[in-house]
Write a protein that binds this ligand. Structure first.
Ligand code: ASP
Length: 455
């Protein structure tokens, strides 16, 4: 049995949904299907999830939400009409949406999640209707009915352990299961969503619970590429990656998979196959626990991500002060600021954090507490930092990778602000100025893949 997940662009209109259904029905192993909400039909289009967020936001601020709501209904109505489904389907979707609005709520976050989840929920209903209309045995399954329970962290939920056992019930359903991605329920019965792009996580949870042979993740690209195709012209495709490589790459800006996707399947060693709805013949990229080939080039991928800040702390004789690092991190912990990297010297330490976790209030509190409580000589916040991650299992025990990367950066006059390599040797982080990040990716790609292929 396979779990197959289809992303937003695969659900964007009737033509795409027909392709999805063709893919589903062409393989009897594809029994558990997870769907996203309709995504963008063209570059400047708006995703249904964004429309739902806009609608919820307007409602919460007592603004006119009716126009957005009608536009959401229209998006679904257009799909339903083009799939030749009955008008009743559209009426059901409209009443589903309106019920969500008027149901009452005790917190804005709960209301927001209930609205956000409507995209996936109605898309799943629509696909199952279409499959039934075209003569297939298909059932929409609501996450509550099979016990997909999540933590009550609205907009950023995590799966609760009991869900895995509960979800084995899906095996007993006869026919194709159409399951909405992106949300589950808290133990108190409220809709809770994962963070954005979280339908990938739903697919992974189902794949793990059912211990399937493969988790297929259908998107709109033929494979994962060595570097971002928006920066590199025709980057090399990757046929096989390990979980660790993919995790490093998605953490550092590869958006093909949500960065939390791999955790459930990782524990059970289930492979993930990234595939293209628009080209189902392509084998895509296989993400597996280990890989045996492809080590002739040490790098598997190069990712670049902006939006970081370095908190630079200096104190004479810092190396002699046992517990200094812990105290700094404790202050960050108390401010709920996660850290990404922590390169250090004898008398200084830099803590790399994402800007999004640092508002002005937090910044000044952290600055004041570190200065006063730890009596440091200086502390500064340095913004404009981008991280370039060079990732590959082939780098382990390989001499000279850093030399080649730094040579490529030097030749392009790019200053390296910091370097960090973990003991696993699967990734090396290079900190550069934000304005240099794309050029850095192009330079490194050229060095290892023999082309200077920047766009
Ligand atoms: N529809 C949700 C989003 O746009 C979840 C997903 O597509 O995976 O974030």
């Amino acid at each position: 049995m396979k779990v197959s997940k289809f992303g937003g662009t695969s659900m964007a209109n009737a033509e795409q949904i027909r392709k999805v259904c063709q893919i589903i029905t062409s393989d009897p192993e594809r029994k558990i299907i997870v769907v996203s909400a309709p995504g963008k039909r063209f570059d400047k289009d708006v995703k249904v999830t964004d429309m739902l967020i806009d609608c919820a936001d307007k409602y919460l601020r007592n603004k006119d939400y009716e126009t957005v709501l009608s536009n959401i209904v229209l998006r679904f109505a257009e799909i339903a009409r083009d799939l030749n489904l009955d008008d009743e389907v559209v009426r059901d979707i409209e009443s589903n949406l309106r019920t969500r609005v008027v149901m009452g709520f005790d917190s804005d976050a709960k209301f927001m999640d209930r609205m956000k989840a409507a995209g996936e929920d109605n898309a799943a209903r629509l696909v199952s209707q279409y499959l039934r209309k075209t003569g297939h045995r298909a059932h929409y399954v609501n996450p509550k009915d099979v016990g997909l329970f999540l933590s009550d962290e609205y907009g950023n939920a995590r799966v609760l352990p009991q869900s895995f056992k509960n979800l084995t019930k899906l095996k007993e359903i006869d026919g194709i299961v159409i399951f909405p991605g992106f949300f589950g329920y808290s133990l108190s019965g409220d809709v809770v969503t994962f963070s954005r792009g979280g339908s990938d996580i739903t697919g992974s949870i189902l794949a793990a619970a059912l211990e399937v042979e493969v988790y297929e993740n259908f998107t709109d690209v033929d494979s994962v590429f060595v570097a971002n195709p928006r920066i590199i012209r025709n980057p090399a495709p990757i046929s096989e990656l390990t979980y660790r490589e993919m995790r490093e790459l998605s953490y550092a800006g590869f958006t093909v998979l949500h960065e939390e996707t791999l955790e459930p399947v990782f524990q059970r060693g289930i492979p993930v196959n990234i595939r293209n709805t628009n080209n189902p013949e392509a084998h895509g990229t296989m993400i597996t626990p280990v890989r045996s080939e492809g080590f002739d080039i040490p790098l598997s991928g190069i990712a670049g991500d902006k939006g970081f800040c370095s908190i630079n702390i200096n104190k004479y004789m810092m190396n002699r002060e046992i517990g200094f690092g812990r105290k700094v991190l404790q202050i960050l912990e108390e401010e709920f600021v996660p850290f990404e990297h922590m390169p250090s010297g004898i008398d200084d330490i830099s803590i790399i954090v994402r800007n999004q976790f640092l508002d002005d209030g937090k910044k000044s509190r952290i600055m004041e507490r570190i200065s006063k409580e730890l009596r440091v000589d200086s502390i500064s916040f340095e913004y404009n930092l981008a991280l370039v991650m060079v990732v590959g299992e082939g780098m382990k025990h390989r001499i000279g990778v850093t030399t080649r990367v730094s040579k490529a950066l030097a030749e392009n006059a790019i200053n390296i602000r910091m370097i960090n390599q973990g003991s696993s040797e699967v990734s090396i982080m290079f900190g550069v100025n934000e304005e240099d990040v794309d050029r850095a990716v192009i330079a490194i790609y050229g060095e290892f893949f023999g082309e200077t292929a920047g766009k």
